[in-house]
Design a protein. Structure first.
Length: 652
């Protein structure tokens, strides 16, 4: 095989037993919610086919439950009976047709089972009876007969995957799942042959490995996914994981190394690390495990650029690189990197909103930067147009940039005007939050897409009716966004600022600060972190059930941990009532009981923005098409803005 001159290690092949993988880039197992009552569908096949066409080496399918006791929703992939085989075969055929290899992943959540069926809570099972921190439902201790039944089910599920034409098997033993629960002395309090001494606690996972190997034979690759560092006090320790892997190393072909745990809040925030979190811990742990076992290691967790992956491979720290969210953001990442076009890669920003965040909502996987992901069947290849038109886009934020790029790519003559000197809109403001700087990467991503499509970008120009007429626009896409509510509270003793003024360093803040947060998203939490790091005493008052309620749980708990360590006082279920002297008055949203905080020097308002509808009103009598997208419809998030930009670009 010819060596790739751009990333020689990344695009070198790897052999696992009798299987050769074309490069070291892996899409690791992740939920898609593209299923039908636990079965793979045409939508699933189209999603994975797009990844394979993009040049990925290996795709590990989403976790498949091996036993009925492992199922916690209709949207969870199952592998309990032969009816799953056609779906697995269809997906495998699509992946193979595009040159990639595919593994199945075997899964049982044990005590971490968290779903419901028809609204009813299920019965989790685990090594011992006990409640899980995140699910709060006590698990039922497994009988010896059920243990043997589940072990056999792992083997039977693996055999079905082989019958469907998959290339390999991975066992999910990361912390928080059933195999790791048996290893944990905090969870496993059994006194039989599956509990007590380390060798007994290892027995369950060892028997699973041996059963799966017996079923799939000696030529098929078998991997084990483990959490090298649990990041909590419940799961097995790093030392115990290393010892387990040493014992199991002779029977598996690689270790898929991650951090964190499903079972606790502290551990869960490391499962899908958000922006601002380094991959250093998992890489370091994987390197140690690699040296201790002699087995290849696959690492996943915030590795988003081929340059980083190449360095880790060249340094001998890893053997395979999981780039799952990076591939969700840009399925063509491998092809672009291999062909020397790495600068064209659409960078994942680690927002977690539409990938893992969608899983929490029961919605199909996608990406705020690339809404086509997860919608391959509905959107398909971009179609051109026979009769190009002159399209004017007003607004250079995420919605406008995406709309302009898509319209131009289809063949229209597109000019985008932005009132400010810089493009990006509120994405630029979001990037000013501590730890959220990667949000700003969204802007060059979108600007580059627009430029490559041939959009004429004009900053520093306000769109009005005269400009629309001078440009001869046949259609106008209005993406003028929204504006912050500037405070109308006039008070001599307390300074009152909008959150946007704090983030933009337009405000002078002194002394004790109270933040009135009615958004319950990144704004209030971000302002709180910024101000406490600047030395202020901060109280964050949110109207919802928790700070960051609108964020995905992995990002929320990561950030809640930061704010707690910094000493931010968080008060929930309160809304601002007014100011009296140097006191700020709130009221409880349910009881309406007043709550007063004295000696406040600064009040910060984190409120919803107001749609900018001025241009829409001006163009009420315009003869051409008018499309209103993003926050100028109503303020929401970048996900809705970019999706509506895509759809407007397809509609004109």
């Amino acid at each position: 095989m010819t060596e790739n001159r751009h990333f020689p290690r990344l695009f070198s092949s790897l052999r696992l037993r009798d299987l050769e993988i074309r490069n070291r880039i892996v899409s690791t197992s992740h939920g898609t919610y593209l299923l039908d009552h636990g079965l793979l569908t045409e939508a699933t096949a189209a999603y994975y086919a797009a990844l394979a066409r993009g040049g990925v080496g290996l795709i590990i399918l989403e976790a498949a439950s091996v036993h009925p006791s492992a199922v916690y929703s209709d949207s969870f992939l199952t592998c309990h009976s032969d009816e799953v085989i056609p779906g697995f075969r269809r997906v495998a055929e699509e992946i193979h047709a595009n040159g990639a290899k595919v593994f199945g992943q075997l899964y049982h959540p044990g005590a971490s089972m968290r779903g419901r069926v028809e609204g009813r809570r299920l019965v989790p099972v685990g090594p011992s009876q006990g409640a899980n921190e995140r699910t709060r439902i006590p698990a039922r201790a497994m009988s010896l007969s059920l243990i043997q039944e589940v072990i056999a089910a792992f083997g039977e599920a693996a055999l079905r995957m082989m019958a469907a034409g998959l290339d390999g098997i991975e066992i999910n033993a990361r912390n928080g799942n059933l195999p790791a629960q048996f290893l944990s002395t905090e969870i496993n309090r059994r006194r039989d042959l599956y509990g007590g001494a380390f060798a007994n606690r290892l027995r369950f996972i060892a028997e699973i490995v041996h059963e799966v190997r017996r079923r799939i034979g000696d030529t098929v690759p078998l991997g084990l996914r483990v959490s090298i560092e649990p990041m909590d006090e419940v799961g097995p320790s790093s030392k115990e994981i290393q010892e387990a892997c040493k014992a199991l190393g002779p029977f598996v072909d690689y270790f898929n190394v991650v951090t964190g745990s499903l079972g606790t809040y502290a551990g869960s925030s490391h499962i899908v690390p958000p922006m601002g979190v380094s991959s250093e811990a998992v890489v370091s742990g994987a390197e140690i495990l690699r040296a201790a076992t002699g087995c290849p290691v696959l690492v996943a967790g915030r590795i988003t650029r081929p340059e980083v992956a190449e360095r880790l491979l060249a340094d001998g720290q890893i053997d395979l690189c999981g780039m799952t969210r990076a591939l969700i953001a840009d399925p063509e990442l491998p092809n672009k990197a291999k062909s020397g076009q790495a600068e064209r890669i659409r960078d994942c920003i680690g927002c977690n909103q539409a990938c893992i965040g969608h899983e929490g909502l029961g919605a199909p996987v996608s990406c705020i930067l690339h809404p086509e992901t997860g919608r391959e069947l509905a959107l398909g290849p971009r179609s051109g147009i026979r009769h190009p038109r002159r399209i004017l886009v007003a607004g250079g934020g995420p919605a406008g940039l995406k709309a302009a790029a898509v319209a131009a790519e289809r063949g229209h003559h597109v000019t985008l005007f932005e009132q400010e000197k810089h493009f990006g809109g509120q994405a630029r403001l979001a990037a000013l939050i501590p730890g959220r700087g990667e949000f700003g990467v969204m802007v060059p991503n979108l600007v580059r897409e627009a430029q490559e499509a041939g959009v004429k970008l004009v900053p520093g120009t306000l769109v009005d009716l005269n400009l629309v007429q001078r440009e001869g626009a046949e259609a106008v896409i209005i993406a003028t966004g929204s504006l912050p509510h500037r405070s109308t509270i006039d008070h001599d003793e307390i300074a009152v600022w909008d959150a946007s003024q704090i983030l933009g360093d337009e405000a002078g803040v002194s002394g004790s600060v109270v933040i009135a947060d009615e958004r319950c998203d990144w704004v209030g939490m971000g302002v709180a972190e910024k101000l406490v790091r600047e030395g202020h005493r901060v109280r964050l008052c949110v109207s919802g059930d928790m700070a960051g309620q609108e964020l995905d749980s992995f990002t929320r708990y990561h950030w809640l941990g930061i704010l707690h360590r910094l000493g931010v006082d968080i008060v929930t279920h309160v809304r601002l009532a007014g100011i009296v002297g140097r006191a700020v008055s709130f009221e409880h949203v349910a009881s309406l009981t007043p709550i007063i905080w004295e000696d406040v020097e600064t009040l910060v308002l984190a409120r919803s923005y107001q749609s900018n509808t001025e241009l829409e009103e001006i163009l009420a009598d315009f003869d051409g098409d008018v499309h209103v997208i993003g926050d100028c419809q109503t303020p929401r998030t970048a996900e809705e803005a970019i999706y509506e930009g895509l759809m407007a670009g397809l509609a004109v």
